[in-house]
Ligand binder design. Structure first.
Ligand code: NAD
Ligand code: G6P
Ligand code: MN
Length: 475
């Protein structure tokens, strides 16, 4: 397989760029005006991902031009250093940008074209509880899967629904690009609360991260891979991985290479050990279930006992993030604020997460109908799953939103796993809307990471205790 034929590819790419630019100019001329730069707000301005966005908005300023950028957060102390970093960065590299940070919803949302949502309801402190409490009872503690994920889900239902109402008060037509977790539960809750709102999109970067990892393995560019994927958020499989140039399905070759060499994230050199372990599990999953290439999160559902016994209840991923990524981000801010310049820090690693989210916005803004793997209402995309499930599939994305690609029927094994999980996600959202303890107990009991009513009640009761004031009161 020749994944990277230099001459053709260069010609093709420059043709693509020119074709795209000509199209943009034509469209602008037709409308009798030049292309308008965008107003963007980031909700969760104090997130560890914001620096990556600030740098990426500079790097991509030609293809996704900004007029105004506002950071919004509810935590002044978290957002301020990142805001100050932004002021220094943009003064150096994007002085024409109208940049600010605020705690005020009107200032944040008024006049926005796009709102990127990356809030963490309850913060990393509550993430630690979501992980530690189930693990102390022998169940997996994880950000988005199992009891911890459902606990975070109930907090996010409360905070995300409020935030989307706030956004709609001041920016009725803005595109809301949500990746706040747990994205599966948030997507289901927003679908129910805002059934007629066609400008809310839920996205996760993990499917694209897996595609990028395949490109590392194959030695090609990830953009040259054309995946077919089905599942739920953090619970899916790639059925094909086509070479965009030749049409060859590279999945059999990827399977062989993973069996031989294992699997690494594209940016392995920047990852903590727990992420390397997670990618490593793909080899085990594919040796047990060789049909498809799994999303890395499938490990929790397929090996709940093994994973629970190999996670450290005294130092979970939340602790690792607080000691690692969070510390790095705020140290970088403190240094830049002290030195009043970015220096070489601007050229440090590019940010795949931010770049992907900006490409999603571009697909909409320029009606490009690019392919992205998105979380959408099923409506027949996976034929044997209920229409109102929020599923994750390849979509064409343009100005009128996502158009999902049909998968057809999925085999019984995968159907069984996914119907179980769709039911958990729906029940936990029922628990939120009905303030129902019973529905929460059913969701916890059904979940493959719990799977026992007595264990479910025990962990649910412990999580209710620590989530007082952040969950609806369940009765
Ligand atoms: P973080 O705790 O570092 O940052 C989250 C920020 O959100 C904090 O500054 C916090 O004060 C703020 N916040 C909390 N509640 C808020 C509210 N109601 N309104 C506005 N701001 C609020 O977390 P992080 O690790 O940087 O992750 C941020 C979010 O992005 C998390 O939900 C994470 O799961 C999600 N994420 C999702 C994907 C994906 O693929 N779906 C990828 C990366 C991150
Ligand atoms: C992946 C997932 C996200 C998750 C992120 C960070 O990108 O798709 O949903 O939030 O990893 O996880 P971490 O454990 O590093 O905070
Ligand atoms: Mn995700």
């Amino acid at each position: 397989m020749e994944c990277n034929p230099i001459n053709f590819e260069n010609i093709y790419n420059s043709f693509k760029i020119h074709y795209h630019q000509i199209n943009l100019i034509n469209n602008a001329l037709k409308k009798g005006k030049a292309m308008k730069p965008f107003n963007v707000c980031i909700v969760g301005g104090g997130s560890t991902y914001t620096l990556g966005f600030l740098k990426s908005f500079v790097r991509l300023k030609e293809e996704f031009p900004l007029k105004k950028l506002v950071l919004f957060d509810i935590d002044k102390d978290r957002q301020e250093p990142i805001g100050k970093y932004g002021e220094i960065l943009f003064k150096e590299r994007f002085p024409e940008l109208d940049f600010s940070y605020t705690l005020d919803i009107k200032e944040a949302y008024e006049g926005m074209d796009f709102v990127f949502m990356q809030m963490r309801a309850g913060g990393l402190e509550m993430r630690a509880k979501d992980e530690h409490i189930p693990l102390s009872m022998g169940m997996i503690g994880q950000e988005t899967c199992g009891p911890g994920g459902m606990a975070y889900g109930l907090r996010s239902c409360v905070d995300m629904i409020k935030a989307v109402h706030d956004i709609r008060t001041y920016a009725p037509d803005a595109w809301i690009l949500n990746y706040s977790n747990p994205a599966a539960i948030v997507a289901e809750a927003l679908r129910r609360e805002f059934p007629d709102d066609k400008r809310i999109l839920n996205i996760c970067d993990q499917p694209e991260n897996v595609v990028r990892s395949c490109s590392r393995l194959l030695g090609c560019k990830w953009e040259d891979l054309d995946p077919v994927y089905f599942g739920l958020n953090h619970y899916g499989w790639f059925t094909h991985m086509y070479d965009i140039h030749t049409g060859e399905d590279l999945l059999p070759k990827i399977r062989e290479m993973i069996a031989e060499h294992g699997f690494l994230p594209q940016d392995a050199e920047q990852r903590d050990q727990s992420w390397l372990d997670t990618y490593g599990m793909v080899q085990t999953i594919m040796s047990d279930f060789p049909d498809y290439l799994p999303n890395t999160y499938d490990q929790y559902y397929l090996y709940p006992e093994y994973k629970a016994s190999h996670l450290n209840p005294d130092f979970t991923r939340a602790d690792e993030v607080m000691a690692g990524r969070e510390k790095r981000v705020f140290t970088e801010c403190a240094e830049v604020i002290k030195e009043e310049k970015l220096g070489d820090r601007f050229h440090a690693i590019s940010d795949a997460h931010a770049e992907m989210m900006i490409k999603v916005a571009e697909a909409i803004a320029y009606n490009r109908n690019d392919r992205h793997i998105l979380i959408v209402e099923n409506k027949g995309a996976i034929a044997n799953i209920q229409d109102d499930a929020m599923v994750e599939v390849v979509c064409e994305l343009g100005i009128n939103g996502p158009r999902p690609m049909r998968i057809g029927n999925i085999p019984q094994f995968y159907l069984g796993l996914l119907v179980n999980q769709v039911s958990c996600e729906k029940l936990i959202v029922d628990a939120y809307f009905e303030k129902s303890y019973q529905k929460a107990l059913e969701a916890f009991t059904l979940n493959r990471l719990v799977n026992d009513a007595k264990k479910a009640r025990k962990v649910l009761d412990a999580l209710i205790e620590v989530n007082k004031g952040m969950w609806p009161e369940l009765s």
